[in-house]
Write a protein that binds this ligand. Structure first.
Ligand code: GLU
Length: 487
C-alpha cells in the first residue's frame, strides 16, 4: 500500500501570513484533501533573533479566516498555541534536542564538522571572494580538523557552529514535481551551517529532520527553496531515510514582473481581509496564481479546486499578482452572497453605518461593490440629501413649468401607493415607467426632477432605488421640499 499523503505548511512566524504563504498553504491543503491525507501546520521558529510577539496567533487567525485549517500540528484555541498530533511537538524550537542529536549523528558518520571560524574571518573570506569575483561561500577552513580536537575545543566552550560536509565533486540530480529534472553541481553548494553558535538548528537541518520525523510524503513550498534542495536531499541520503517528493511553487510577481513586494502593494492576507476582500474570493484568486484546472472558468470553491488539484500541472514560470482580477472576482463573490450574509459581513467588518435608511441603502449598493470597504461611502451617498437650487430640478431638454407638472404628478402617484410598494425596486420601476407612458410623458422629463428631488444631486442612484432607501414618508417629504422650491 502506498504511504499516506502527509503534507505540511511550515511558515516562520514573521508576524503575518504572506499572500505567497497562503498559496503554499492552499496547495498543501488541496493535496491533502484530494488524496485523503493530512495537512500539518509546523511553525519554524528556530531563528530566535527574528521572533515576533503574537506572530503565531496572527498567522493562525488568517488561516482560519480563509478556512484553511490544519488537521494536525499547531492550533490556536482560546488564545493558546497548542501542538496536536502524534508526531509533535510541532513548534520547531521545541524539537531542538532531536535536531542536536541528528547533528551529532552526522558528525559521527563523518558528514558534518565543527567550525570555529570567527565572524571576522568569514567576513574577510567573503570580501576576498567578492573582490576576485568568486561565488561567496565558506572556504571549508575547518572541514578537515580532527574530530577529537574539535570535540575537545567545543567541550571547553570554544564558540562554534556545525556544518554539513557536502560532496566536492559531481552533481546531484533531483526530480521536482513541477520543475521536472533539476541538476545542480556540488561545486555550487555551500557547507551549510546545521547548528548555529546559539545552539539552535538552522532551518535546513530542522526542516529536513522534521519532515522525516513527521512522515511527510510531499514537500510543497516556495521556489526560493529549490537551491537548498541538494543539502536537504543529501541529509536524507546520508541518514538512510526515504526522502519525500518535492514541488517548488513559482514565484509571485508584481505587474512589472519584479518579485511581489510590500513596496508595490499589500502582501499580508489580513490587509486584504481588512479591506473587505472576501476570504473565499481571496482563496479562489490565490489558488489560481500559477495554476488553473480549466481554460474557461475562474470562479471555484476551494473544495472544487481540491478535487481538481494536480501538482504536476502547476506552471513553472512566475505568476503575476493581478489585482484587477482579484477586484473582479471579489465583486462577483459579493454579488453572489445571499443578502443576509452580505449584511452580516458588512457589520462584522465594521462597514455598516447605523440607521434604517442605511440598511436599505446597503442592499442597493451590493452589486456595485468591489470591496466591502467601499460600502459606507456608497451608503452615505444613497442616504444623504444634498443642498441644491431649484434649477437643478429641470431636465436639460425640459422647462421649469413641465418639471413642476411632472413632479406634482409624481407626488400624487407616489402618495397613493402603500408602504409595501416601496420595498420592491424592480416593481416600482416597472409600474412607474408604465404610468409615465400612460401619462404621455417622457422618462427624462419625469424621472429627472423626481431623482433630484430625492437626492439633491444630478448624479445619484435611480429614483426607484432612492425611494427604496427613503421609504414613503421621507420620499414625500423630499418631493414636497422640491415643490416648495419651485413655487
Ligand atoms: N520556514 C520556511 C519558510 O518560511 C519553510 C520552507 C519549507 O517549506 O521548507 O518559508
Amino acid at each position: 500500500m502506498a504511504s499516506p499523503v502527509r503534507v505540511r505548511f511550515a511558515p516562520s512566524p514573521t508576524g503575518y501570513l504572506h499572500i505567497g504563504g497562503l498559496r503554499t498553504a492552499l496547495y498543501n491543503w488541496f493535496m491533502a484533501r484530494k488524496h485523503g491525507g493530512s495537512f500539518l501546520l509546523r511553525v519554524e521558529d528556530t531563528d530566535r533573533a527574528r521572533l515576533v510577539e503574537g506572530a503565531i496567533e496572527n498567522l493562525y487567525a488568517s488561516l482560519v479566516a480563509c478556512d484553511v485549517k490544519p488537521d494536525e500540528g499547531i492550533m490556536v484555541e482560546h488564545g493558546r498555541v497548542e501542538s496536536r498530533g502524534e508526531f509533535g511537538p510541532y513548534l520547531q524550537s521545541e524539537r531542538r534536542e532531536k535536531h542536536l542529536a541528528y547533528a551529532y549523528e552526522l558528525i559521527e558518520k563523518g558528514h558534518a564538522y565543527y567550525c570555529f571560524c570567527t565572524k571576522e574571518r568569514l567576513e574577510e573570506v567573503a570580501k576576498n571572494q567578492q573582490l576576485n569575483k568568486q561565488p561567496v561561500m565558506y572556504d571549508r577552513h575547518c572541514r578537515d580538523l580532527s574530530v577529537k580536537d574539535a570535540e575537545n575545543r567545543a567541550a571547553v566552550g570554544d564558540e562554534h557552529v556545525i556544518r554539513l560536509k557536502v560532496p566536492l565533486e559531481g552533481s546531484i540530480v533531483m526530480e521536482d514535481m513541477i520543475r521536472g529534472r533539476v541538476e545542480i553541481p556540488w561545486a555550487q553548494v555551500d557547507d551549510q551551517v546545521l547548528i548555529k553558535s546559539d545552539g539552535y538548528p538552522t532551518y535546513h537541518l530542522a526542516a529536513t529532520c522534521d519532515d522525516h520525523d513527521m512522515r511527510i510524503s510531499h514537500v510543497i513550498r516556495g521556489d526560493e527553496w529549490l537551491s537548498s534542495l541538494p543539502k536537504h536531499l543529501y541529509i536524507f541520503q546520508i541518514m538512510g531515510w526515504e526522502a519525500p517528493q518535492y514541488a517548488h511553487l513559482p514565484l509571485l510577481l508584481n505587474a512589472d514582473k519584479s518579485k511581489l513586494s510590500k513596496r508595490q502593494g499589500d502582501v499580508a492576507v489580513e490587509d486584504y481581509l481588512k479591506k473587505g476582500y472576501l476570504p473565499e474570493a481571496l482563496v479562489n484568486f490565490v489558488a489560481l496564481l500559477g495554476w488553473n484546472p480549466t481554460a474557461d472558468r475562474e470562479v471555484f470553491t476551494k473544495e472544487e479546486l481540491a478535487g481538481l488539484f494536480d501538482i504536476t500541472k502547476v506552471n513553472k514560470g512566475g505568476a503575476v499578482f493581478n489585482i484587477e482580477k482579484l477586484d473582479w472576482l471579489n465583486g462577483e463573490y459579493i454579488k453572489a452572497l445571499p443578502v443576509d450574509e452580505y449584511l452580516l459581513r458588512l457589520s462584522r467588518g465594521g462597514f455598516m453605518p447605523e440607521g434604517v435608511m442605511q440598511e436599505r441603502a446597503a442592499r442597493i449598493v451590493k452589486d456595485r461593490l468591489v470591496r466591502l470597504e467601499e460600502a459606507p461611502g456608497l451608503i452615505d451617498d444613497a442616504v444623504a440629501m444634498a443642498e441644491y437650487e431649484a434649477a437643478s430640478l429641470v431636465w436639460k431638454k425640459s422647462t421649469p413649468e413641465d418639471a413642476k407638472v411632472r413632479l406634482e404628478g409624481a407626488r400624487g402617484y407616489v402618495a397613493a401607493k402603500s408602504e409595501a410598494w416601496f420595498a420592491d425596486v424592480k416593481m416600482m420601476e416597472e409600474e412607474t415607467r408604465a404610468w409615465i407612458i400612460e401619462k404621455g410623458w417622457g422618462n427624462g422629463d419625469t424621472l429627472w426632477p423626481l431623482r433630484v428631488a430625492l437626492s439633491g444631486r444630478e448624479k445619484s442612484p435611480s429614483p426607484f432605488e432612492l425611494m427604496f432607501v427613503t421609504g414613503k414618508d421621507e420620499a414625500l417629504a423630499r418631493i414636497d421640499k422640491a415643490l416648495a422650491k419651485m413655487a
